[in-house]
Design a protein around this ligand. Structure first.
Ligand code: GRF
Length: 202
C-alpha cells in the first residue's frame, strides 16, 4: 500500500514508519511526506531517506480551503492508499476527510478518549493517572475522536514531569504506529459505521 505521512515537527513517528517499511515483509511503503511547516525537522530526515517531501505553509495560501486544495492536488500525484498523520498540528476539513474516508489515521499521545487535544501529558499527571499511553485511530471530523485501531500504555512515575512522561510515551508510539499501519494496510482492520472493525484472527 502507498502511504503519505503528514508532519509538522520532528517527525520521529514518521521515521518509525519509514524504518518499519524498510522490512521486505512490511505491507506499506512511504511514498511522500507532507508538512505544513517549511522548517519541520522531519522533512530533512525524510529527504535523507530518499523520500519525496513537500511543504505547504498555511500563510502562503489565502484560505484553509486553498491550502487543502494544494495538498489534495499533490496527493492526486502521489496517489496514496493511506494517509498517516504523525504530529500534524492542523485539523483537516470534513471535505478532505471524506475524500480519503477510512484511509486517514492519526497517532495521539494519550489513552483516548481521555485527554484529546494539547498538553496531554501534563493533564494526565494533573489528573493523577497511574498509566498513560498513546492511541492510533481513524480520523473523523471531531478532533482525536475517531475509532481506535490500537493503544499502548506505560506507567506514570511519581516524579514524572510532562517531559519525562512524553519521552516514555514516545518510545511506545514508535512501536504502536507501525503495528497499527500494518493492520490497516493488510486489511485486518477497517472503519465501518463509525467503528473500527477488527478482522484479525488473533
Ligand atoms: C507525538 O507525540 C505525536 O503523538 C503527536 O505529536 C508528537 C509528534 O512527534 N501528536 P514526532 O514529530 O513524531 O517526533
Amino acid at each position: 500500500k502507498r502511504v503519505v505521512v503528514f508532519i509538522s515537527g520532528s517527525g520521529s513517528n514518521m521515521m518509525a514508519l519509514v524504518k518499519a517499511a524498510a522490512a521486505s515483509d512490511y505491507p506499506a511503503e512511504i511514498v511522500g511526506v507532507i508538512s505544513d511547516k517549511a522548517d519541520a525537522g522531519g522533512l530533512a530526515k525524510a529527504a535523507a531517506e530518499g523520500i519525496s517531501t513537500f511543504a505547504f505553509v498555511r500563510k502562503d495560501f489565502a484560505s484553509k480551503d486553498a491550502h487543502e486544495e494544494a495538498i489534495l492536488a499533490q496527493l492526486d500525484v502521489l496517489s496514496p492508499d493511506i494517509i498517516c498523520l504523525a504530529g500534524y498540528m492542523r485539523l483537516l476539513s470534513g471535505r478532505f476527510i471524506q475524500r480519503y474516508e477510512g484511509r486517514i489515521i492519526n497517532i495521539h499521545p494519550s489513552l483516548l478518549p481521555l485527554f484529546p487535544g494539547l498538553h496531554t501529558h501534563q493533564r494526565a499527571i494533573d489528573a493523577g493517572q497511574r498509566i498513560a499511553g498513546c492511541t492510533v485511530h481513524f480520523v473523523t471530523e471531531g478532533m482525536d475522536e475517531g475509532p481506535a485501531i490500537g493503544q499502548a500504555a506505560v506507567p506514570v512515575l511519581t516524579d514524572d514531569t510532562a517531559e519525562t512522561l512524553a519521552a516514555r510515551v514516545l518510545t511506545i508510539e514508535h512501536q504502536l504506529y507501525p503495528q497499527s499501519l500494518r493492520l490497516l494496510a493488510e486489511g485486518k482492520v477497517r472503519m465501518e459505521g463509525g467503528k473500527a472493525i477488527s478482522l484479525a484472527s488473533a
